[in-house]
Design a protein around this ligand. Sequence first.
Ligand SMILES: [Zn+2]
Length: 435
Amino acid sequence: MNNVSMDQLISLCKRRGFIFPGSEIYGGLANAWDFGPLGVALKNNIKRSWWQTFVEERDDMYGLDAALLMNRKVWQASGHESTFSDPLIECKNCHERFREDQLPPEKKCPSCGKQEFTQPQQFNLMLKTFLGPAEEDANIVYFRPETAQAMFVDFKQIVDTYSPKLPFGIAQIGKAFRNEITPGNFIFRTREFEQMEIEYFIKPGDDWNVYFEQWLAAMKAWMKKIGIDQNKTHDLEVPKEELAHYSKRTIDIEFDFPFGRKELYGLAYRGDFDLTNHKQEYFNEETKERVVPHVIEPSFGVERSVLAVLASAYQEDEIEGEKRTWLNLPMRIAPYRAAVFPLLSNKPELIEKAQEVRKELQGAWPGFFPIAFDKSGNIGKRYRRQDEIGTPYCFTVDFQTLQDNTITVRDRNTMKQERIVIAEARKFLEEKLRE
Ligand SMILES: [Zn+2]
């Protein structure tokens, strides 16, 4: 297990273009972060892996990409408008605002140390705006605080169109917004974030425990696939007295982030609460009965996935007295699957050959098999640069290549090199990808 600090992670993210502070030239915007070229590549690969695993590889799942702005009645029916709030208090001395439930046990102001606060006020977390030119009550809409409600609201459309048999699920990846009182810890808690959520509908009489366990196992298997360190993850069984009134069981999958153990993903059995709220039913063709399906909800945060993946992958070692920083990313989510170098940057014949090798490796669909190309600085420096962004393999074209069509391939983790023929290189990568 590695121990990485937030400073190390944030510094690497900024230095190599994974994640930048948002609006930086204007002094930034509190807790807004932008994903740079490598960050968006990593994030997209994580989302693609999730979609492939939970939607494309299953026969019981329906994908959805609903509008972010929804009818206000959705949030009235779901209870968000009346109850989706945190207790807000203000320090009477320094006027900082906090969540009452997040104050330290001794109830001292985290900013100034005084202990006098205003009475708590319920502060609704939904971000509000107006549709159309008039800023009046009738035009209020909310940026969705979760993707989940769309799956309940569109339940009828999916059932009417595809007539799925229970159990089946609806999955969605998309942005959500929460006007958090105290965001923080880099991309861990931000006001704008992205979720990957599944609502899995089961027959009311079925044993929900069975599906709950299946989903827990499926979540764990996927976490392993994207390289989340299993030694750093823990299941927190939410105690009965803390469960939402409709839930019989909830597990928070926690992760040992550099700033402490915090929730990474969640799995909840929600009973028939959601579909009942929206007055939705399912007609069972076999029994001719109308039922309200029950729901199992696996919920994943995209930014938290990125953070947990980076914290799991971050490594430092020493080579010949020099420190090496590298990311032990699985090939399926690394920004680049491999890199290609010409040995020297001033020999056109080597550069031309290296470009050819790169094309060969990318295959017919370059976008699906991103390969980096680097010809600046010496080979050692180029290896370090690729190590630092998690590129698993580097191929080098040298003078021998021009004679016998072989190239060296260097492994990020072991730093060992071997010579293979160019024609085998693509197959080499595809085999590694399947491992
Ligand atoms: Zn204070």
